[in-house]
Design a protein around this ligand. Structure first.
Ligand code: FAD
Length: 316
């Protein structure tokens, strides 16, 4: 079967879940080869990638690949495409990887499909566009297809691959050294999963009422092992940090379960969450647009409903 390159997303040497999703997807269409760019590669990372089906792992862990922003990774992938002639390149539909995909397409004279939520035979991508309002089936018609796949769109399945390691050296060009990483600041992170990777997200909107009241949302999230999200009304008011904003100008999430409490369901918020598998809305206004989208709805005051829900879940 033909080789599909999968660009590994990793943080502090840990392979991110979206990479396992990409490997799972690639396995359905060909033979996945993982591409590790930047420092942090380890036997643990190798084992993880092999566990999810990577037959080969191309390792380019020179410091300068991660030291410069985006461009060296595009050069690495372009080099691999030219040497290995893969059937396709899969990256995660994250801000960084989408930029890498665009640069790579220019280098190898091909096309990019972004925000894929599924792939079919013949490398036909199911793209979720216009904030999830429309699905389009598209195919790259020129060169090696590059596909940016949305996190959480593919259920992961382990299936052992050989995980054969191959070292790759890249001469990073001066042109790719335009922007350098100066510092990496670790964000305060509790025990909660990362927002874009979480399988459950509990989000609060203006209806929560204040920064202090967000404890109610956090308690429900913790009872479910979920990530916390927020609407823009909340982040603009300074009730919750911007990095947790879901929507057009925030993060896009596709969890198994999305609970929206005190969120009206504006189009810009929907853009970031409407591909969630199941949506539960809690809102005191039965006419709130979020109910048009929700699979289950509770019309009521979130300050009563959410603590009761948390209590029930915690009991079980
Ligand atoms: P509101 O619309 O004010 O809704 C609050 C809801 O809470 C209401 O439905 C109300 O009935 C309910 N409520 C009130 N009290 C309670 C209670 N006690 N119990 C239960 N329910 C209660 N928004 C985003 O979220 N993300 C984005 O990325 C984003 N990007 C934008 C980009 C642009 C260019 C623009 C113009 C807007 C963007 N917005 C975004 C803003 C968006 O249009 C909405 O203004 C915003 O989503 C509203 O947030 P909200 O639902 O929390 O607040």
């Amino acid at each position: 079967m033909s080789e599909i390159l999968v660009l590994v997303e990793h943080v502090e040497g840990q392979v991110k879940k979206v990479t396992l999703e990409l490997l799972t997807l690639a396995r359905k269409l060909g033979t996945p080869s993982a591409v590790w760019a930047g420092e942090g590669y380890s036997p643990d990372a190798q084992a993880k990638l092999a566990e999810y089906g990577a037959e080969k792992i191309y390792v380019a862990d020179a410091a300068e690949i991660g030291d410069y922003v985006v461009a060296p990774k595009a050069e690495l992938l372009a080099q691999l495409v030219s040497e290995k002639s893969p059937a396709a390149v899969f990256v995660a539909a994250t801000a960084e990887a989408k930029e890498i995909a665009g640069r790579l397409a220019i280098k190898i004279d091909s096309g990019v499909l972004t925000d894929a939520v599924g792939m079919e035979d013949g490398l036909l991508a199911d793209q979720s566009i216009f904030g999830g309002g429309v699905n389009v089936h598209s195919r790259v018609t020129k060169g090696t297809p590059i596909v940016a796949v949305r996190p959480n769109a593919t259920p992961i399945e382990a299936a052992a691959g050989a995980g054969a390691e191959e070292r790759v050296t890249v001469d990073v060009s001066d042109a790719a050294k335009g922007a350098r990483v100066v510092e990496r600041v670790k964000q305060e992170k509790g025990a909660r999963p990362e927002l874009t990777e979480a399988s459950i997200v509990v989000s609060g909107g203006r209806g929560v009422g204040s920064a202090e009241n967000f404890a109610v949302i956090e308690a429900l999230a913790d009872s479910l092992g979920a990530a916390v999200g927020a609407s823009r009304a909340v982040t603009d008011a300074g009730w919750y940090p911007h990095q947790f904003q879901v929507g057009q100008t925030g993060k896009t999430v596709s969890p198994q379960l999305y609970i929206a409490a005190g969120i009206s369901g504006a189009i810009q918020h929907r853009a970031g969450m409407q591909t969630a598998k199941t949506i539960i809305a809690i809102n005191k206004d039965s006419e709130a647009p979020i109910f048009e989208l929700a699979d289950f709805g509770v019309v009521g005051d979130l300050h009563q409903v959410v603590p009761q829900l948390t209590e029930e879940i915690t009991k079980r």
